[in-house]
Design a protein around this ligand. Structure first.
Ligand code: BDR
Ligand code: CA
Length: 313
């Protein structure tokens, strides 16, 4: 099988960073056409810098990195330094990047790539708020039919919320953008908290990253050391949840995951439940299915895959 062509749309973030590393360590399955950055975990200036830091850490400074939207479609930006630290990548000490961000806007890169690559061959992988993706769909509706699929991290049903009692961060930050994406008719696979909270970096898994011995392995251990404190304090879990790497792992080994094809709608107006992914898991409405909502993962196999691919970098 030829490698899947993907664009990663991201707001690094330690877990975004590990997703990028997993993609770069898997060239047989994944051809990374480019990385577009978006404001989310931290402001855009930092997410674009962090994307470059990670490409250089992986020894891949030739990776195309673009800056996208610096704020949600119609709301002020909400960030998550309380989870990811002031830089967004707190934990390891990594050098300032030398590589340059491309001049083209990330949204225009997404549009141009979808127009020039053969139709149905490019998968979009959003790992942050959906601002860039929704902007691209609004600006160039002709790309809608050319997208192979969107595999995204966002939302929750059984786990409900992490930034509010009822909303997951990526959807909450830009619910209008999420609404556009979920109503687009594009094939969508969702990695919600329901599955990502099952992918926890326990102490032995962290040790396995460190034992790789390379700068990538050690930095991954240090990133998850930092990132775990938030979830451990809040949920009492055994370690950091690797939200965003689930997207890339799904592209490499979809058989590790299970879920249901259901209707998912986004709450945009309620003060109380803004950004909620209203997932019809139990099929109690007649609303047509629009997304595969994942809730199950073979976590040990996921970590075997991730550790092995990190060791290739
Ligand atoms: C999502 O929000 C961010 O903090 C993480 O990078 C992930 O994409 C989890 O809710
Ligand atoms: Ca993210």
């Amino acid at each position: 099988m030829p490698a899947k062509k993907i664009i990663i749309d991201t707001d690094p973030g330690q877990d975004d960073a590990i997703a990028i590393l997993l993609a770069l360590g898997s060239p047989d399955e994944i051809e990374l056409l480019g990385i577009t950055t978006v404001a989310g975990n931290v402001p855009l200036k930092l997410t674009q810098k962090n994307a470059c830091i990670i490409c250089e850490l992986a020894g891949r400074p030739e990776t195309l990195v673009f800056a996208g939207c610096d704020r949600p479609l119609s709301r002020p930006l909400v960030t998550a330094e309380h989870v990811h630290g002031k830089t967004g990548l707190d934990g390891p000490t990594l050098p300032n990047p030398q590589m340059e961000i491309k001049k083209q806007h990330g949204v225009d890169f997404i549009i141009e790539t979808l127009r020039t690559e053969p139709s149905g061959t490019v998968t979009l992988c959003p790992l942050g708020p959906l601002t860039n993706i929704a902007t691209a769909l609004e600006k160039a509706p002709d790309i809608i039919n050319r997208i192979a699929e969107i595999v995204l991290m966002g939302g929750a049903y059984f786990e409900v919320g992490n930034i509010t009692p009822t909303a997951e961060f990526n959807i909450y930050v830009d619910p209008e953008a999420a609404d556009i994406v979920f109503k687009s008719g594009i094939k969508i696979v969702v990695m919600p908290l329901d599955v990502t909270h099952k992918v926890l970096v326990t102490r032995p898994r962290n040790d396995a990253f460190r034992k790789i011995g390379s700068s990538v392995g050690v930095a991954t251990a240090e990133m998850t050391d930092f990132f775990e404190r938030f979830d451990k304090d809040k949920y009492g879990t055994a370690g950091a949840p690797l939200h965003d790497p689930c997207v890339i792992a799904y592209l490499i080994k979809p058989e590790l995951f299970g879920g249901r094809y259901i209707n998912v709608m986004i709450e945009k107006t309620s003060d109380l439940t803004l950004g909620m992914t209203v997932a019809d898991w139990w099929g109690v409405t007649n609303r047509p299915a629009n997304a595969t909502f994942i809730n199950d993962v073979d976590a040990p196999a996921f970590f075997d895959l991730l550790t092995e691919r990190l060791s290739r970098l």
